[in-house]
Design a protein around this ligand. Structure first.
Ligand code: FAD
Length: 399
């Protein structure tokens, strides 16, 4: 039978291997992961694992019984598509079908590389290095008020640290949300006793302090950098595979790459969204769960005359920050209208984005039912009545 090799043993890689078996693939499946740890889930790293409320977050998968060959601590160094071979430090690995699921790497703070006390938060090792910082109630500076920065700040504050968040933009989540939706979030920092310094940049990091571009010195026993992540694709240089503007692997609607017999899924790859009419690069957990089912279906189906399965999700993610459960579904870039449900200064509210009276995205704070109902309305493309939509006492449903 054919041999499938999956590179990257994170959520997307593991789910691909599992989905292949679920969908009846009976050839060899090999999963290669650079990290030494049993495959694990990342969301708990900035939540329960960081706070020591959970030891780890290993994925509950029995690789042996599924006949998945799991090789940990094995980093793939190169791809030679003409030979259908990968290179690793322990010799070449041949494949018939290859799945790239190498995820993303955090962007480093220029000038802070190798400075003691400067941390990233992407891996289990990172989280373990940060646990004593929280336990010691140190002064911490978080660089970046994005999703990771907000979650780390929440955990550090809960642990009793003094926390300052430094953000170059004028508000939190500037890259992810429109100004009106992110504006209420600035108050969450203050309410939690966290200093949020917007329009501020780190000038340099010195022992015990961070110096900002306005000359102020903020005490810092530790610095956590959360300024974004980039697809982990440097190892593909020279392979001939097409990479996009963010160095992501450019996949098609069936999650096939520009090379024959090579697929890509999860944080490392973008795909064309038929639903939203643009290419999406999604760095969220649900994408690493759903995409693999399409990849597996297309690998299994390639041996038949079945038309290719198309990946066209309504993107979804959640975040837990400052005691709030924040959820987002859809993609708001093309919205032509906004409807609020509830008071954004209160504990629970939702903002809905419409296009031609159809719901295309929503952000729900403490309103999980809005999220669940809204996600279905987005999927179905149901026309909405904006006036009724604005009544938070009414369930989110078509008029
Ligand atoms: P990854 O999880 O990055 O896995 C890729 C794996 O490939 C890694 O283990 C890496 O070591 C390995 N690898 C890379 N290069 C190679 C190579 N050359 N050879 C072999 N192996 C390689 N999303 C949400 O929706 N909600 C959340 O609350 C949330 N919280 C998060 C909290 C944290 C701290 C982090 C870091 C992420 C969070 N996310 C969250 C995002 C979510 O975890 C990611 O979208 C998801 O992990 C992507 O899965 P992936 O398999 O594509 O990539």
């Amino acid at each position: 039978g054919r041999r499938v090799v999956v590179v990257g043993a994170g959520m997307a890689g593991v789910q691909t291997a599992v989905a292949l078996r679920e969908q009846g693939f009976d050839g060899r499946v090999t999963l290669l992961g650079a990290e030494p740890h049993q495959p694990y889930d990342r969301p708990p790293l900035s939540k329960a694992v960081l706070l020591g409320k959970a030891e780890g977050s290993a994925l509950d998968v029995d690789f042996d019984s599924l006949g998945i060959e799991l090789e940990l601590g094995r980093e793939v160094l190169g791809l030679r598509p003409a030979d259908h071979e990968l290179d690793t430090g322990r010799g070449p690995v041949p494949y018939d079908v290859l799945v790239l699921a190498t995820g993303a790497e955090p962007i480093r703070l220029p000038g802070a590389e190798g400075v003691p006390g400067v941390h990233l938060l992407r891996t289990l090792d990172d989280a373990e290095r940060l646990r004593p910082v929280l336990a010691g109630r140190h002064d911490v500076v978080v660089v970046g008020a994005g999703w990771i920065g907000a979650e780390f700040a929440t955990a550090a504050r809960e642990a009793g640290c003094e926390v300052t968040v430094v953000e170059a933009a004028d508000r939190p989540l500037a890259g992810a949300l429109p100004a009106e939706a992110a504006a209420p979030m600035a108050a969450w920092y203050a309410d939690s006793g966290i200093a949020l310094r917007t329009r501020a940049r780190v000038e340099h990091v010195e022992p015990g302090a961070v110096v900002l571009d306005d000359g102020s010195r903020v005490p810092a026993d530790a610095v956590v950098v959360g300024i974004g992540a980039r697809p982990a694709t440097a190892w593909l240089a020279g392979s001939g595979i097409e990479l996009g503007a963010h160095r992501e692997i450019v996949a098609d609607a069936a999650l096939r790459t520009s090379l024959p017999d090579v697929y890509a899924v999860g944080d490392c790859a973008s795909f064309p969204s038929g639903r939203y009419g643009e290419r999406l690069l999604v760095h969220h957990w649900d994408n690493a769960l759903q995409g693999p089912r399409t990849v597996a279906a297309n690998i299994v189906g390639a041996a038949t005359d079945e038309p290719a399965a198309v990946y066209d999700p309504v993107p979804y993610f959640w975040s837990e920050q400052f005691g709030r459960f924040v959820q987002y579904a859809g993609h708001h870039a093309d919205a032509d209208g906004t409807v609020w449900r509830g008071d954004p200064s209160g504990p629970a509210w939702t903002v809905c984005w419409l296009r031609e009276d159809r719901l295309i995205a929503l952000l729900a704070v403490g309103r999980p039912r809005d999220l669940a109902q809204g996600r279905r309305l987005i999927e179905a493309g149901t026309p909405m009545n904006p006036r009724l939509l604005g009544d938070p006492a009414r369930p989110l449903k078509a008029a």
